[in-house]
Design a protein around this ligand. Sequence first.
Ligand code: SOE
Length: 370
Amino acid sequence: MALDVGVLGYRFMGEAHANAMARLPMFFPDAPDINRELLVGRDEEALSEAADRLGFSRTTTDWADAIEEVDVFYNLGPNFVHAEPSIAALEAGVPVFCEKPLAPTLSEAGTMTKAYREADVPAGCAFNYRFVPAIQYAKGLIDSGELGEIHHVRGRYLQDWLVDPEAPWAWRLDEEMAGSGALGDLGAHTIDLARFLVGDQAGEIERVSGHLRTFVDERPVEGGEERREVTVDDAYTAQAEFENGAVGSFEASRFANGHKNDHTIEIEGSAGSLKFSLERLNELEYLREGARGFETILVTDEEDPYVDHWWPPGHVLGWEHTFVHENYEFLSAVDEGGEFEPSFEDGLAAQRVIDAIQSSDASGEWVDIE
Ligand code: SOE
């Protein structure tokens, strides 16, 4: 029996996930059968066009309808829409897949996670970069002890779509709607990747010292003369300490002129090191124990994670494949009544670090992660 899927949101993330769902029958034939059943949005005309283009059977402007009628609910709306529909779905026993960051605030993320703990269904947070084959290969090296004791974790996520001061205002620039700026939008990914990669070896991030910066504090609203205040960070930097004493440094910016979607993570240990860049996402740079320098591994062999579903070695994958992989794992967990990670617990863990960085910026002090 096919799973009827309801999706709230049909812009960038709606397209990425709808594309992923459409690929599953062709490349992951053991994935559960699904119907792209119900697309949820506010603007009926835009919603109808999107439903046709993204392959959804029906539309509704009321997410409560969707929750009553579907087997799985995807919350791909803006951050300020994540909590209420996701909690309602979980209270109705409907599995939820929610885009990152989990919520604008730690409090809301906590309430969402409480609803997940009380429901007996999967609730995933869409940290898609965990599903890059090279990242999963890197985790295998780290967990097998190839890097030895982890000493350094260094992550940055650089974009430049706001460097033009006249780039229009958007919900991502409003604290009430987004919670934070580059920190929650981009930093959430890097914090989650750090947890995923070194969490078993270095433990959790125990304390942080953070700095937030807004370079342009008001922007034009598209289609008129209005200008609105920017109330979130354009960039952040943070230092972190892990349970094992490893030193972390994290940053993200939307003003990193010339960087389009430059997400990198570097890990150095007592026996070896790794470097990953999203702009070269099929490759992993690896310093083996005793080697004189890094080697570049092309992670596209059949035995590499997910690659056997796609093409022969060297026929590289792209950003969109990470969504196919995460949708395969999430929908399989729903169908089999299994667990999916990253769950809302992981979303909450990232939110704790985000909140601590915000607190540290306000106090100028190091802040422990509760
Ligand atoms: C921001 O521009 C953004 O779309 C993030 O919201 C996504 O999570 C990231 O994957 C790409 O950049």
